[in-house]
Ligand binder design. Structure first.
Ligand code: CTP
Ligand code: MG
Length: 226
């Protein structure tokens, strides 16, 4: 399979995570967190090439990491922007125009199963512009006011939480990234706002996002049992 490029966004500072380096370079079982998702994309049969979006001034360590991992699919490494959407835009700009499908993945989700890559990519076509992995919401969802008072209890049927990797027809993603992209937290949201059709596929609990050190500890446990 060819024709799918991956944009791996790793340019966030990791403010909620804390620490003396960007979150993608926090240690996960003796390696930097970025190594895990990079290696999985490199090994994937679905991915032809990879663009790494690195924190400003961390391009060099990112390229060295790709060399260490013999990640020959890495085609370029570019610095990210102020928001995640800016970073995605910087990465997508490195993908050649004739590539039909772009897969966007968060380096903050190190455990990337091949089956999910396959699911989002094969869900495209038939007029779908994007496909995103999601899990049903397990807890009851309420809307709370600023004073802590419950305003309403939502009907959770049909509600899902969304993960990455997210796959897009590249034309749809590129046009969604033009213009004002502030305030949108995932690429699918941009494509939806531009009128694109995005579908849900089954996600995976292992794709949890590392936001705090406690999340990293959980990912380490899951990795040890793989
Ligand atoms: N990201 C990025 N560029 C940004 C912000 C985020 O490439 N300007 C990436 C992160 O590196 C991460 C993914 O988007 O892989 C999801 O973002 P998040 O988990 O929020 O990471 P951070 O923004 O780094 O964390 P925080 O919000 O706590 O600062
Ligand atoms: Mg963030």
């Amino acid at each position: 399979m060819s024709g799918v490029w991956a944009v791996l966004v790793a340019a966030g500072r990791g403010e909620r995570f804390g620490g003396d380096r960007p979150k993608a370079f926090a240690k996960l079982r003796g390696r930097v967190m970025l190594a895990e998702s990079l290696e999985r994309l490199e090994r994937s049969d679905w991915i032809e090439a990879i663009v790494i979006v690195a924190p400003v001034e961390w391009e060099e360590p990112s390229i060295l990491l790709a060399e260490e991992l013999s990640a020959g699919k890495v085609s370029s490494c570019v610095p990210g922007g102020a928001t995640r959407a800016d970073s995605v835009r910087a990465g997508v700009a490195e993908v050649p125009d004739d590539v039909p499908v772009i897969l966007v993945h968060d380096a903050a989700r190190p455990l990337l199963p091949e089956a999910v890559i396959e699911r989002v990519i094969t869900a495209l076509g038939d007029g779908w512009d994007g496909a995103v992995p999601a899990l049903p919401v397990a807890d009851t969802i309420k809307r709370a006011g600023q004073d802590g008072a419950v305003l309403e209890t939502l009907d959770r049927s049909g509600l899902v939480t969304v993960q990455t990797p997210q796959a897009f027809a590249s034309a749809a993603l590129r046009s969604a990234l033009v213009g004002d992209i502030a305030g949108v937290t995932d690429c699918a949201g941009l494509v939806e706002a531009a009128g694109g059709r995005v579908r849900i596929v089954e996600g995976d609990p292992r794709l949890l996002k590392v936001t705090t050190p406690a999340d990293l500890a959980l990912v380490e446990t899951l990795l040890a049992s793989e």
